[in-house]
Design a protein around this ligand. Structure first.
Ligand code: PGA
Length: 249
């Protein structure tokens, strides 16, 4: 499969109630002014997925922020990949660092979730990234490449896999790595993807995430092997998210 369009994905995290749906509606209107040069996705909380689908229009895809590794069963409070496809989702984020931290998710658990998502026909956005202590110790590359080796299921192809490199210390902090550091990590991720998945690995999208804003998006998105962005805070408002998407004008 050839290289797909870049992907700019918004992760609303545990933010958003009904009144915030207006931002998705507004985003769709803004995108309607001219076809964006990238795919656009919003991952609202589970409670807003259904209503988001109603207002997303033609230009915004709706996805989810997590799924369970099993398709159904006695797992109170969890959501399965089958439930997400049932709601019309095409994407699900797995392995966000907040889930790795808050819920102790390991690479093996993440691989199980991604596998369940892919088997249900979803594209799994699989997050990787080093902590500040790991970067300071000079371990960013080994940490990230081992996450890529261990978190991505063996059947990964372009159509069902996106990788998001999110340095943990850059998430929600306003700090970003230098473009040289982003280039270095993305090149290392690409190398592992090619080694594991051949030409599919050469075309899997690798997103950068962590304090992406309209002001830095163009520079970050122009780095080699950066095929889009995963955006937290700046995705909550249509105007700022649209400002990031415009990096792909
Ligand atoms: P941020 O979050 O854009 O608010 O830094 C990114 C993310 O966690 O996906």
């Amino acid at each position: 499969m050839a290289t797909p369009k870049a992907l700019v994905a918004g992760n609303w995290k545990m933010n958003g109630v009904t009144e915030n749906l207006v931002e998705i509606e507004k985003l769709n209107d803004l995108l309607g002014q001219g076809a964006p040069g990238c795919d656009v996705l919003i991952c609202p909380p589970f409670t807003l997925i259904h209503q988001s689908m109603q207002v997303a229009g033609d230009h915004v895809e709706i996805g989810a922020q997590d799924c369970h590794a099993n398709i159904a069963g006695a797992h109170t409070g969890d959501i399965s990949a089958a439930m997400l496809t049932d709601q019309g989702c095409k994407y699900v984020i797995v392995a966000h660092s907040e889930r790795r931290t808050d819920h102790g998710e390991t690479n093996e658990m993440v691989r199980g979730k991604a596998d369940a998502a892919q088997k249900e026909g979803l594209t799994a956005i699989i997050c990787v990234g080093e902590t500040e202590a790991e970067r300071d110790a000079g371990d960013a590359l080994p940490v990230v490449t081992s996450q890529v080796r261990e978190s991505i299921p063996a059947e990964a192809v372009v159509a069902n896999t996106v990788v998001a490199y999110e340095p943990v210390w850059a998430i929600g902090t306003g700090r970003t790595p230098t473009t040289a550091d982003v280039a270095e990590v993305h090149a290392a991720v690409r190398e592992v993807l090619i080694e594991r998945f051949g030409t599919e690995g050469a075309n899997v999208r690798i997103l950068y995430g962590g304090s992406v804003k309209p002001e830095n998006a163009r520079e970050l998105m122009s780095v080699d092997n950066v095929n889009g962005a995963l955006v937290g805070g700046a995705s909550l408002k249509a105007d700022s998210f649209y400002g990031i998407i415009q990096a792909y004008d």
